[in-house]
Design a protein around this ligand. Structure first.
Ligand SMILES: Cc1ncc(COP(=O)(O)O)c(C=O)c1O
Length: 367
């Protein structure tokens, strides 16, 4: 067996995105024990920076060991008990996944659906809540990576603030690339993943629980059905007690620390503006090449553009050739648009005109 030597790809798919050298270097620095006082400092720094990026004062903010889906599971399993009602907005793969996760918790799931390519109508979420005021939570995917749709959230947060129902938001593809204000928007629980706009390899799921959500967890009548994701135990490791729960993935946390430093050095508004500008540049170039767009106008997500190649383009063959001949990865479609669209990610360091130009230059050879 030879030493591993993977190709250097330009990762313009739905994630993972490319990782800056600074993050890789931080990940190769010496290990310390996961209960070492020096590592405790690193943990505190990571939590502090995560609060800034989520724009929250929530004490309970930390990275779950596991990918974005572990963040999703952590959110649902800790809040739900068998028989609870939840309302979930569904307009793509990740809303559908939320339904599956909530049902596995024994919850009664009410779905509010929208056609793929459109966001969920918040008025319909409010109506669903009025019909089911007992719902423990309402859940939405902020950036639906399967369709490239940006989901409005604010009005629902404002409405739920005055109820006993929590707002749970999936920010896997939005954190660090799209405006997201957890506290101001009334979001009670929010999780993300490291491999998208934060430019850290997949493997951690930043999560934040607000005071209303912590209260719900503390008032549970039954044990959280997942031992690994049980917040009541995890908080004792990430909080002041520092009680061993599981061996934290030390190098991943080093990497996240550096990724967050990079985000905050740039500044959140600047970063959001850069993602928006890169997306505009990409869409203009795609339009000129005859591409059209899948996500509804006015609801397009900057870090991920879903697009139909012109009719004469062999969608999957060209995607494969971009990878093999140009070392450029773009994502394929999922579900009803499998084989019909591409999903082009411009996430973190890849949200820049230079990367857009590289992709458009390559595409000109095929269209
Ligand atoms: C919106 C959204 N939620 C959840 C996930 C699941 O994350 P992971 O694949 O890291 O488990 C993804 C992954 O692409 C996603 O885009």
């Amino acid at each position: 067996m030879q030493e591993l030597n993977p190709p250097q790809r330009l990762l313009l798919g739905p994630g993972p995105s490319n990782v800056p050298y600074r993050v890789l270097r931080a990940m190769s620095t010496p290990l310390v024990g996961h209960l070492d006082p020096k590592f405790m400092e690193v943990m505190d720094e990571v939590c502090q920076m995560l609060r800034q990026v989520f724009q929250t004062d929530n004490r309970l903010t930390f990275p779950v060991s596991g990918t974005g889906s572990a963040g999703m599971e952590a959110a649902f399993v800790n809040l739900l008990e068998p028989g609870d009602t939840v309302i979930i907005g569904v307009c793509g793969v990740f809303g559908t996944r939320m339904v599956d996760v909530a049902q596995r918790c024994g919850a009664e799931v009410i779905t509010v659906e929208a056609p793929w390519g459109q966001p969920v109508d918040l008025e319909r979420m409010v109506e669903a809540h009025k019909a089911h005021p007992e719902a423990k939570l309402c859940a939405l995917v902020h950036a639906e990576t399967s369709t490239g749709v940006l989901q409005p959230l604010r009005e629902l947060g404002e409405y739920l603030r005055d109820t006993d129902t929590l707002l749970l938001v999936d920010a896997v593809t939005s954190l660090g690339g799209v405006e997201l204000k957890v506290d101001r928007w009334g979001i009670d629980v929010c999780y993300s993943g490291t491999q998208k706009c934060l430019n850290v390899p997949p493997g951690l799921a930043p999560i934040t629980f607000g005071p209303r959500a912590v209260e719900v967890v503390q008032k549970r009548k039954t044990k959280v059905q997942s031992w690994y994701l049980d917040l009541t135990m995890l908080m004792k490791y990430w909080g002041e007690e520092r009680l061993y729960h599981h061996t934290a993935p030390v190098s991943m946390i080093y990497g996240l620390r550096e990724g967050l430093r990079i985000v905050l050095e740039e500044g959140l508004p600047q970063r959001v503006a850069r993602h928006a500008a890169a997306a505009r540049e990409l869409r203009q170039g795609l339009r000129e090449l005859g591409f059209s767009f899948y996500a509804a106008e006015g609801h397009r997500l900057a870090p991920l553009t879903s697009t139909y190649p012109p009719e004469h383009v062999a969608v999957e063959e060209v995607r494969r050739r971009l990878l093999e001949e140009y070392d450029i990865e773009v994502g394929g479609g999922l579900g009803p648009v499998a084989g019909k669209i591409w999903r082009i990610g411009l996430m973190g360091i890849n949200a820049c005109v230079q990367k857009v130009a590289v992709l458009l230059r390559a595409l000109r050879d095929f269209v």
